[in-house]
Design a protein around this ligand. Structure first.
Ligand code: SAM
Ligand code: SF4
Ligand code: F3S
Length: 564
């Protein structure tokens, strides 16, 4: 396949959109060339896979396209421009997109002006030459750090937009261990520009994403993320606070700080006198110096300090994801315990319950260290809900080592486990190890683990029976849940392997089936007025399943959400 030039791409997009019968005929044909044609810009559809970081990136890309005058299409089939924001964490995630190439190619045959752009972690510099072969229907590939240039590269900025997007400086690709990765330093600056120009199209008016650190400096041997997203780059502290203030002013109920390892936020920022009280320093393979630099604890305290008219936190719920166990400092635990808005939930990936496997994974901690941190958190925040990630069938994992993971799951009693079989990823260090656990054994271990977690999850959820909890209602439960990419923009995210729709409440007259989450991140189904979406309500828990709770609305609040 020959990749079309940018001029051809832009011409194709414009031609596709001009064929739109909705374009009103000009009253004065001679004037046509002198005025902008709002309908000549393409309609777009974003298909977002992967984690919250991708969802946040998609919000920024959608914001760019809307800012230049593009419109959203209802489905892939009706869009002039399809943007696929890919995930590469497991082979399956990439295979899903490769599997849609035929459908996309057919659509393009029927509608020759249609264009497809592929972005996200599937676009790695080291494999750029093979991309066109694997993703045959794609016209343009953008690495994660090139995403701020989407509209520009499509030729939609200066030619079409009444006010051009400010372009961002392009810095050179960084080379990591002799390999080129997508690692330019411009993401923080382009986010700041996007925010100042109101170009972040948030997908919710209830919960907001806020990226605080891009990339990852860890070297987990199985993981492709450092190769797709490059090394860590923290956003400036004041930029994050300014965005949090905007989120508060806009009335969001929940804010989630994002990063592959939010616990190392700030180590790459310049030291400043105002942070002289921060003295953390640690050496873990590489020295992580946080002295006189802002850290996550400082951010939590400052965001919690943004107050509303009633004196309470302006954003009632503050979350962060993901925490690497090695970098979980006492300062952070203290901040979690003392900030009113920080929720009683922590996602702390363990990956394996065996020290030799953890070492082979390059995780930098032992099971003992992990348990010590967890005990400290549980002491500081009683009843906190804990979720985790586990990989089964990693290179050389014996039956005994797998059983060590099961024992740790039982001992810790996780609320949720996101589990997956090990999937070798191109370019990662683990490729040098023998992927010697047969696929059938990986499957069997995964099923065994999920069955055990179902039992543990049920026990954890049953502890909530008969209690009143605060639920942030975030959606009306659809009659049928589908994950077809045609359904909506950000549907196809990685759900926990253990999460299935269940326990949908039966709605009475005048009310519908609603769902939301508690501060402990428990999914709760209830029946009520659709106007409750976006509100925090008190719910009496009447039923518990392994993955969700069901309850009924109660008038008055009672005890806080603490479970012994
Ligand atoms: N930064 C987070 C951390 O350190 O836990 C997680 C990021 S990773 C994108 C999300 C999860 O995907 C990981 O926690 C791990 O369990 C899983 N994962 C990553 N690479 C994998 C692989 N090659 N095979 C299977 N699961 C993988
Ligand atoms: Fe991947 Fe490890 Fe970084 Fe998480 S901490 S993104 S698992 S390299
Ligand atoms: Fe996937 Fe990239 Fe996130 S690999 S899980 S989209 S960081």
């Amino acid at each position: 396949m020959t990749t079309p030039s940018l001029t051809e791409l832009a011409a194709g997009l414009t031609a596709a959109a001009s064929a739109n019968p909705a374009v009103a005929p000009a009253a004065e044909p001679g004037l046509v060339e002198f005025r902008p044609e709002p309908h000549s810009l393409p309609s777009f559809f974003m298909w977002t896979l992967g984690c919250q970081m991708n969802q946040s990136d998609s919000e920024e890309m959608a914001g760019q396209l809307l800012a230049v005058g593009c419109t959203r299409a209802g489905s892939m089939e009706t869009a002039d421009l399809v943007v696929i924001n890919t995930c590469a964490v497991r082979e399956h995630a990439e295979a899903k997109v490769i599997g849609r190439q035929g459908v996309l190619a057919n659509l393009k045959r029927e509608r020759p002006g249609m264009r497809v752009v592929l972005t996200g972690c599937g676009v790695r510099e080291s494999e750029r030459s093979g991309l066109a072969h694997r993703f045959k229907a794609v016209d343009m590939f953008l690495r994660p750090d090139e995403e701020p240039e989407l509209a520009l590269r499509l030729g939609l900025v200066s030619a079409q937009a009444p006010i051009g997007l400010r372009t961002v400086a392009t810095s050179a690709t960084t080379v990591l261990s002799g390999r080129p990765v997508s690692a330019a330093d411009r993401l923080a600056a382009s986010r700041a520009t996007a925010l100042s120009e109101d170009r972040v199209a948030r997908s919710s008016t209830i919960s907001a994403w806020l990226p605080i650190v891009y990339g990852c400096d860890k070297t987990c041997t199985y993981c492709i993320v450092p190769f797709s997203r490059g090394p860590e780059r923290s956003r400036p502290y004041d930029d994050i606070l300014a965005e949090a203030r905007e989120i508060a002013a806009a009335g969001f109920q929940e804010l989630t700080l994002l990063g592959q390892n939010v616990n190392s936020y700030g180590h790459d920022l310049p030291a400043e006198e105002r942070f002289a009280h921060i003295e953390t320093e640690r050496s873990a393979g590489r020295r992580l110096d946080l002295r006189s630099r802002p850290d996550l604890a400082e951010l939590l305290r400052s965001i919690d300090g943004i107050r509303g008219a009633d004196g309470g936190p302006a954003i009632p719920r503050l979350r962060f994801i993901t925490s690497h166990p090695w970098d979980l400092s006492d300062r952070l635990i203290d901040a979690m315990a003392s900030c009113e808005s920080v929720v009683e939930h922590l996602h702390l990936p363990i990956q394996s319950g065996d020290d030799a496997i953890l070492q082979r994974m390059g995780r930098q901690y032992t099971v003992g260290h992990y348990k010590e941190r967890l005990a400290r958190i549980r002491e500081a925040v009683p009843g906190i809900a804990i979720s985790t990630d586990v990989i089964v069938g990693f290179c050389g994992e014996s039956e005994e080592q797998f059983h060590a993971t099961l024992s740790v799951l039982e001992e810790i009693g996780y609320d949720t486990v996101f589990a997956a079989s090990y999937s070798p990823r191109p370019g990662t260090p683990a490729l040098r190890l023998d992927d010697d656990v047969p696929p059938a054994v990986k499957r069997r271990r995964l099923n065994e683990l999920l069955a055990l977690q179902e039992k543990i999850g049920l026990e954890r959820n049953q502890a909530w029976l008969g209690r009143d909890v605060e639920v942030l209602v975030d959606h009306v439960t659809p009659a049928r849940r589908g994950l077809d990419p045609g359904d909506s923009d950000a549907e196809d995210v990685d759900e926990p392997t253990t999460s299935v729709p269940e326990l949908a409440g039966s709605a009475g007259e005048g009310s519908v089936a609603l769902a939301g989450r508690t501060r402990h991140s428990k999914l709760v189904h209830l029946a009520g007025d659709p106007a409750l979406v976006g509100h925090r309500v008190r719910v009496h828990v009447e039923h518990a399943g392994p993955f969700a709770l069901r309850g009924r609305l109660v008038e008055s609040p009672d005890e806080p959400d603490v479970v012994a």
